[in-house]
Unconditional design. Sequence first.
Length: 106
Amino acid sequence: MSRTITPNDLKPLVENKSVTVLDVRRQNDFDADQVKLSGAQWKNPEQLAEWSKGMPKDKEVVIYCARGGSVSNSVLDHLLGQGLKARFIEGGIEAWKAAGGSTAKK
């Protein structure tokens, strides 16, 4: 499995609810934006060690940060190390919005 997924490839998975989507933006980036990806749960990347233990290993996890950079990569490395099926959105939530992906107010 690739480390990334494009917004367009993710859209049908989100619509079918066949993936768990996590918003892992840093607190200040999360607070500065008024929207999140529809159905996503915010998880503080600074508390990764605590919340990652409870993640399901039988369902794919897709994460995103603001632009798909260092935060997504570091969280992904940790999740993969825990044996999870995970990848991140190329370009983060900014690419998701640019591709017309559905968002919801926080």
